[in-house]
Ligand binder design. Structure first.
Ligand code: SIN
Ligand code: FE2
Length: 216
């Protein structure tokens, strides 16, 4: 291996195939972290983070909000996308242009041209929070991928197959990493293992995740 090859494909920027249709883009958003987080503060000022209740009556440990034309919500009636924030009755904040452009660029890099996200779920994890294995299946168009951007504290991403019983693979996600899954992996079960305690220069004791979808 030559030094040049190493420079072009440094470990920080490596694209790691995870499964057919799924890819981990290490460090893809590294140079945008500060601006992504500045926009995050603006989004949560308009639509505050909140702990949603599942249809089964559990309060989720991950705090969530949304931006974009549609937002994902859960309550005792079920999971769905809706155009307004149930807390305010107002439309969700606009998806920041820089977020949308990043998501489209990452999707393209992973082989999904023409991604048109209309929903961004914003997840905030504090130490101890976790997201159980689930499928993203509330979207109408399964041809579009999911694009997931990690910021702040590192986390362990669990990524399985379409069968819940299959043991998921574990990937460490660092601030600036982007995961894209679609195609044969679009309905893969995934989740986040309980977040260990720690500190991060940009987010303190918190992990922020931006999940871009095409909901309709
Ligand atoms: C999700 O599945 O909605 C979020 C995954 C993550 O936090 O990385
Ligand atoms: Fe998900």
């Amino acid at each position: 291996m030559t030094a040049d090859l190493f420079d072009d494909q440094s470990p920080e920027r490596m694209a790691q195939p995870m499964a057919p249709g799924a890819m981990l883009l290490h460090g893809f958003a590294l140079d945008m972290q500060a601006s992504l987080l500045a926009a995050f503060e603006e989004v949560i000022a308009q639509a505050p983070l909140r702990h949603l209740v599942t249809p089964g009556g559990y309060t989720m440990s991950v705090a969530m909000t949304n931006c974009g034309a549609l937002g994902w919500v859960s309550d005792r009636r079920g999971y769905r996308y809706q155009e307004t924030d149930p807390l305010s009755g107002q439309p969700w904040p606009q998806m920041p242009d820089a977020w949308r452009e990043l998501a489209v660029r990452a999707a393209t890099e992973a082989g999904y041209a023409d991604f048109k996200p209309d929903a961004c779920l914003v997840n905030s994890y504090q130490p101890g929070a976790k997201l159980s294995l689930h499928q993203d299946r509330d979207e109408a168009d399964m041809a579009a991928p999911i694009v997931s951007v990690s910021l702040g504290l590192p986390a362990t991403f669990l990524f399985g197959t379409e069968r819940r019983a299959d043991k998921p693979q574990r990937y460490r996600l660092l601030s600036g990493d982007v995961v894209v899954w679609g195609g044969a992996s679009r309905l893969a079960y995934h989740g986040i293992a309980q977040l260990p305690d720690g500190g991060h220069a940009l987010t303190a004791r918190r992990r922020i995740n931006l999940t871009f979808r095409k909901a309709v």
